[in-house]
Design a binder for this molecule. Structure first.
Ligand SMILES: *[C@@H]1O[C@H](CO)[C@@H](O)[C@H](O)[C@H]1NC(C)=O
Ligand SMILES: *[C@@H]1O[C@H](CO)[C@@H](O)[C@H](O)[C@H]1NC(C)=O
Ligand SMILES: *[C@@H]1O[C@H](CO)[C@@H](O)[C@H](O)[C@H]1NC(C)=O
Ligand SMILES: *[C@@H]1O[C@H](CO)[C@@H](O)[C@H](O)[C@H]1NC(C)=O
Ligand SMILES: *[C@@H]1O[C@H](CO)[C@@H](O)[C@H](O)[C@H]1NC(C)=O
Ligand SMILES: *[C@@H]1O[C@H](CO)[C@@H](O)[C@H](O)[C@H]1NC(C)=O
Ligand SMILES: *[C@@H]1O[C@H](CO)[C@@H](O)[C@H](O)[C@H]1NC(C)=O
Ligand SMILES: *[C@@H]1O[C@H](CO)[C@@H](O)[C@H](O)[C@H]1NC(C)=O
Ligand SMILES: *[C@@H]1O[C@H](CO)[C@@H](O)[C@H](O)[C@H]1NC(C)=O
Ligand SMILES: CC(=O)N[C@H]1CO[C@H](CO)[C@@H](O)[C@@H]1O
Length: 870
């Protein structure tokens, strides 16, 4: 098909002269390539994009193909990740390209287990013609450090005077058994994307980037949502992410969105600069002048030292329309990038709705703590604008090559992460998953005001808390993002972390403030033998306060600002939420940089400890139902009981705790999201949560709604019924995910075959049916089809009633059917329910904060479900 370079040229000439139709053919010669490496037919990915086999482009050297033995749940589709091409010696691909044209090259790596290979041994270099893109690269280490299952690396290759591109993979000769691999390659012709840009700190100097080779480090739709490759502008197939994980500190400004009627008019800007969605959303500092004058709106990015970076800032003013209304200074690494004149978007573009971008270059030295790019904005007081505010719509950071090299070092696993990795390795007996990346948990990335660094700490803690042999796979999903997670303690702000000053007066008034000596005394000076777990925030100690009250004390890792944020989030949230089925916060301690949260002690531990891998007696079905009902109440309260909808985000059996009376309490709100502005009914965010429990819709659309919690709760229900982990990679493929496996069996009518053997024959069939119907609805693919937590609760109550009436009769299911006559399960279905129930069910007012109110409600509940009372 490809006719070769020499023939191509005249054909190309003719095309220009000939008909349009042939012109189209010419353009096709430049069309982009998407190759699924090692696959013989290619395939279609989750976005509907077609990937071809790479077999037509194999150049010199030997290679073999392999298929990963495990599909990580974060892989949205098998293509292009499950197939790989493996190189044990130097190997080249050869691609036809248009001469003098800039190209994106994207590599997709899935460092998983491939038969007969140990992925930890894979170190390799990648070169494009004579440019080194990666060297001594370990996809496995990088993915672990970023807590991603797979990696995407994107490069922009400068135009060359040649019509072929050679991409060479070379395994390192420093490691025995080393090999190289790749899962996907994309080649996309692009316009000239770069120009010259001023060097920050030297306003008279600029750096010419027209002929530089670049690596994309970050690409963010500021205050907007994830934009998939298919929705990029100009056909450049770029992916844009949310900026929240990179914001510094608690002052993160406000999101603004352009009026739907306002049209974005690109004017002189080419449409490939960025998609409309980037320009329609922006982050500004906020409405309050005095607040805005007191802080800098700041983003922080980890990068490799010894390189020059192009920082591209995208702007589009859609609120104001006159010059000198919103004027601000831009700083990069504490140096003025744009002050003279300061940034005035209308001044640049002339009118509202017209986008533009500005490029700045900055050199990053190699000194301790230097491997960061800070982008900060604050109002320009000198120009006396009408409003003291700043604005940013989008941001990209590119690394420029130095002497034809773009490769940086592998990130270092933080000590904690390395330890967690060890634990997880030990806990897996299955050799095929033993040093597999997907066992590295990770909730990196997503939560508001929680940076990547903090999130990684959380991951580690959560993992360490895992019971060996089980497998909560959490992982984040931030492809492309820079490989720069070096340490978990970088953003220390010593001396500044006075958390109480971050706390609202209300929160301080609602819970007790302990002194550090009190806490030290309660925990024998944080004695290691008092550690009962490691949570989202730090180690958890048991302790005894006032000589009698048993408490659990979470002690923070005092080293990060993110820690402070989370601390504050948790106190603010928990102190206002009081509910019988939420773990209650007794108080906190904040002194000498120690931050502790003090909770009720949950004597019986996590729900999971009582379901499988246990030595304890097995819970009866009724006990399990009651625990499910209790947790559903807690979640229902979170969703509807407070002023704002609170989305838990990490519902799972280890976050449901049991007190000494078997009362279930939902815990771990450090990562919860509130949605005061859930106008569209969702919060847009980077995916986080625990694998096995993650809502597939949340994955697809990166929009969080309370229905994501419903999905996770559905998994919890099946976990309780089937007594197996949400994910168990040691099982055959179709059984790995409990959600899929249980749904499959429910639909086939074989659910009874997979329930906990200890429950077999002990559940009233109607109850089992109701329970599994409820769980199945929770797992509906689309959030809109899932019931609300109130509905779930109602159905579970009904199950319990079915179970109880049958067992109190001590008779067969036939009598229970009679007992429930008149309220067959269909009558209870959501739509047919009496309206009375709904109004009396509401937990919506803040006066419901105390347990009495909750109990009243539960009494009403039971009354309606069970007309005879109980
Ligand atoms: C591990 O992988 C090998 C090679 O693919 C396979 O033969 C073996 O059955 C796998 N073992 C397990 C426990 O999955
Ligand atoms: C893989 O290689 C690493 C490092 O070389 C080694 O520690 C590990 O035990 C190997 N794993 C297997 C399953 O051979
Ligand atoms: C992508 O574009 C399609 C079609 O325009 C639209 O329906 C979809 O919502 C977009 N997706 C995102 C995440 O913006
Ligand atoms: C950066 O350059 C300096 C001086 O050439 C060198 O000593 C240092 O090792 C380099 N750092 C990195 C991370 O490559
Ligand atoms: C910028 O200044 C802040 C304090 O003002 C400091 O913590 C930070 O390290 C500086 N950043 C860089 C890259 O120099
Ligand atoms: C904002 O950043 C600039 C430049 O780094 C710094 O001089 C200024 O002190 C910062 N202002 C605040 C309030 O942190
Ligand atoms: C290659 O990377 C590993 C892991 O980051 C590092 O320990 C090693 O020193 C590197 N080797 C070379 C030759 O740079
Ligand atoms: C924190 O701030 C509060 C009030 O602003 C003050 O009373 C307290 O002493 C401060 N604590 C520390 C450790 O600085
Ligand atoms: C259900 O499982 C059977 C075999 O266990 C498999 O053939 C079938 O494809 C599965 N169906 C779905 C929808 O996953
Ligand atoms: C069963 C029950 O408690 N019903 C109450 C529902 O709420 C209305 C008013 O809000 C009361 O009048 C009902 O008694």
């Amino acid at each position: 098909m490809y006719t070769g370079p020499r023939i191509l040229f005249p054909v190309a000439c003719m095309c220009v002269l000939l008909l349009n139709a042939i012109g189209v053919w010419c353009a096709k010669e430049e069309a982009s390539l998407a190759l699924s490496c090692g696959s013989d037919k290619g395939g279609t990915d989750a976005d509907g994009r077609k990937w071809d086999s790479d077999s037509k482009y194999l150049g010199s050297g030997e290679s073999k193909t392999a298929m990963a033995t495990f599909q990580d749940p974060s892989l949205l589709s098998q293509v292009p990740y499950m197939d790989a091409r493996i190189f044990s010696k130097e190997f080249s691909y050869k691609f036809p390209i248009a001469s003098k044209k800039r190209y994106w090259v994207r590599f997709h790596f899935y460092p998983s287990t491939y038969p007969g290979l140990n992925i930890s041994n894979s170190y390799f270099s990648v070169a494009a013609n004579d440019i080194t893109l990666l060297s001594n690269f370990s996809a496995s280490i990088t993915a672990q450090a970023l807590t991603q299952a797979y990696l995407v690396r994107e490069y922009s290759l400068a135009p060359v005077d040649s019509d072929s591109l050679t991409i060479t993979f070379k395994p390192s000769d420093k490691y025995p058994g080393s090999f190289a691999f790749v899962n996907g390659i994309e080649l996309v012709p692009t316009p000239d994307l770069f120009d010259s840009a001023t060097l920050v700190g030297f306003s008279d100097q600029s750096v010419d980037a027209t002929s530089a080779n670049m690596q994309t480090m970050f690409r963010l739709n500021v205050a907007g949502q994830y934009i998939p490759a298919n929705n990029d502008s100009g056909g450049l197939l770029r992916t844009w992410y949310d900026d929240l994980p990179y914001l510094y500190g608690a002052a993160i400004g406000v999101n603004a969105q352009a009026d739907a009627k306002l049209e974005i008019n690109y004017k002189d800007l080419p449409d490939y600069a960025a998609p409309v969605d980037v320009y329609r959303t922006a982050r500004s500092m906020g409405p309050d002048k005095n607040v805005n004058l007191g802080y800098n709106l700041t983003w922080i990015f980890q990068v490799d030292a010894n390189f020059t970076y192009v920082v591209r800032l995208h702007f589009c003013e859609f609120i104001f329309s006159k010059i000198n209304q919103r004027v601000f200074n831009i700083y990069i690494n504490n140096q003025t990038a744009q002050t003279d004149p300061p940034a005035d978007v209308i001044g640049w573009t002339g009118e509202q709705g017209v986008p533009t971008y500005k490029d700045y270059t900055v050199y990053i030295n190699d000194g301790p703590g230097d491997e960061e790019i800070w982008v900060a904005m604050r109002p320009s007081t000198e120009s006396k604008p009408e409003y003291y505010d700043a604005l940013l719509n989008g941001l990209e950071i590119f690394k420029m090559d130095t002497a034809k090299n773009l490769a940086g070092p592998n990130p270092q696993l933080s000590e904690m992460l390395a330890k967690a990795e060890l634990t997880s390795t030990r806990s897996f007996s299955n050799e095929n998953t033993s040093n597999n990346i997907q066992v590295i948990g990770g909730a990196a990335g997503g939560a508001a005001a929680i940076g990547l660094v903090a999130a990684i700490c959380i991951v580690v803690y959560q993992r360490k808390r895992r019971i060996p042999g089980t497998d909560t796979h959490t992982s984040s999903w931030l492809p492309i993002y820079g490989h720069s997670q070096t340490s978990g303690t970088k953003s220390t702000i010593s001396g500044k972390s006075n958390a109480s000053s971050h706390l609202s007066a209300m929160a301080q008034g609602l819970c007790r403030r302990f002194s550090l000596p009190e806490i030290r005394q309660a925990t024998k000076n944080f004695d290691e033998s008092y550690v009962i777990g490691v949570g989202g925030f730090g180690k958890v100690y048991k302790g005894v306060l006032d000589g009698k009250t048993k408490v659990a004390i979470k002690r923070s890792n005092p080293s990060s600002e993110q820690g402070v944020n989370e601390f504050v989030t948790e106190i603010e949230m928990l102190s206002k939420l009081r509910h019988k089925h939420l773990v209650s916060l007794i108080g906190f301690c904040e002194e000498d940089e120690e931050m502790c949260l003090v909770y009720d002690y949950m004597a019986l531990g996590t729900l999971r400890e009582h379901i499988y891998n246990i030595k304890k007696p097995h819970l009866s079905w009724k006990q399990r139902l009651e625990i499910c009902i209790g947790s559903a109440r807690g979640l229902h309260y979170l969703h509807t009981g407070a002023k704002y909808t609170i989305i838990h985000r990490d519902v799972k059996t280890t976050n449901i705790l049991l007190d000494e009376n078997w009362v279930a309490k939902v815990s771990d709100f450090g990562l919860s999201k509130t949605g005061p502005n859930m106008d569209n009914g969702h919060v847009s965010t980077v995916v986080k949560g625990s694998f096995g429990y993650l809502d597939p819709e949340y994955f697809r659309r990166q929009q969080l709604t309370e229905k994501s919690d419903i999905y996770s709760f559905g998994v919890v229900l099946f976990e309780v019924l089937c007594a197996r982990p949400a994910l168990n990679p040691s099982l055959p493929k179709d059984q790995v995910s409990l959600a899929d496996w249980a749904l499959n069996n429910t639909r086939k009518g074989t659910l009874e075959d997979i329930i906990d053997p200890h429950l077999k024959g002990k559940i009233v069939p109607e109850c089992l049916k109701k329970f599994s119907d409820t769980a199945e609805k929770c797992l509906s693919d689309n959030g809109i089809d899932r019931p609300s937590m109130g509905d779930v609760l109602w159905n579970l109550e009904f199950c319990l009633q079915l179970e109880e009436s049958a067992s109190s009769d001590g008779s067969s299911t036939r009598s229970s059917r009679r007992g429930a006559s008149g309220t067959s399960s269909e009558d209870i279905s959501l739509r047919n329910r009496p309206p009375l129930h709904i109004s009396n069910l509401s937990l919506g007012s803040e006066s419901d904060l105390n347990e009495e109110a909750e109990d009243t409600n539960s009494a009403i509940f039971s009354q309606i479900v069970n007309p005879t009372g109980r």
